[in-house]
Design a protein around this ligand. Sequence first.
Ligand code: ADP
Ligand code: MG
Length: 246
Amino acid sequence: MNIVELENLKHQFPDGTVGLDGIRLSISKGSFVVIAGSNGSGKTTLLRHLNGLLNPTAGIVRIDGMPVSADVRRARRKVGLVFQEPDSQIVGETVASDVAFGPQNLRLDPAEVDRRVSAALESVGLKALADKPPHLLSGGEKRRLALAGILAMGPSVVAFDEPFASLDDTGVRSIVAEICRLKNDGYTVIVTTHDLEPVLFIADRLIVMQAGRIVRDGFPVQIANEVGDFGVRKPCTCGWPANRRE
Ligand SMILES: Nc1ncnc2c1ncn2[C@@H]1O[C@H](COP(=O)(O)OP(=O)(O)O)[C@@H](O)[C@H]1O
Ligand SMILES: [Mg+2]
């Protein structure tokens, strides 16, 4: 079952820049897909089409079988986006009220909002910080807060845009742990990154973009060695059995 289907997706910005050109991509439910590419290759533009933040210039984006354009609210419920800049996603004065914002907008009753906030904070390990002002959190905690806000909406797909940018080692590891947990819980996970190392060993599929197009698509172990050709730092893969000289 494909939860995401992009059919010949093209995006041209008002100034004429072509951000995406002829993207065909199907992502099966429950998989963990990494999208790599140098700056300006179109990763963020692609993610913003998954829940209708951008509209296609041509082509179709389908989520769970239905075009995003047919029901943008449905697409936003099904696909949660963790933005690159975690501060841009914070709206509440406390961690708990920030997570409550989305479910309240769904007009759920207060008991259900509380239940979802509590479950989401528990799952990202921020329950102890529920009453803290979000701006006091670390970079990794802010991303986990954004993730909690998304989980409280009950999505099927969670997409992270450059989740490792400007995080220290501890922050990176905490986000990798969240990704593993989401995958084990059956979510479809999409991660864009120009730093492959943290996710290479756990991804089901690696897609490489260049100039608005998909230029490689396959098992990470098969194409990781080629990413250097497309402006992505080649990750260390010497520990992989296929690369080992006996
Ligand atoms: N609002 C915009 N107006 C014009 N061009 C844009 C806009 N946003 C992005 N672009 C261009 O679209 C291309 C893809 O950008 P983006 O998706 O942000 O790449 P990435 O996330 O891979 O770094 C780049 O050439 C970028 O300059
Ligand atoms: Mg980007």
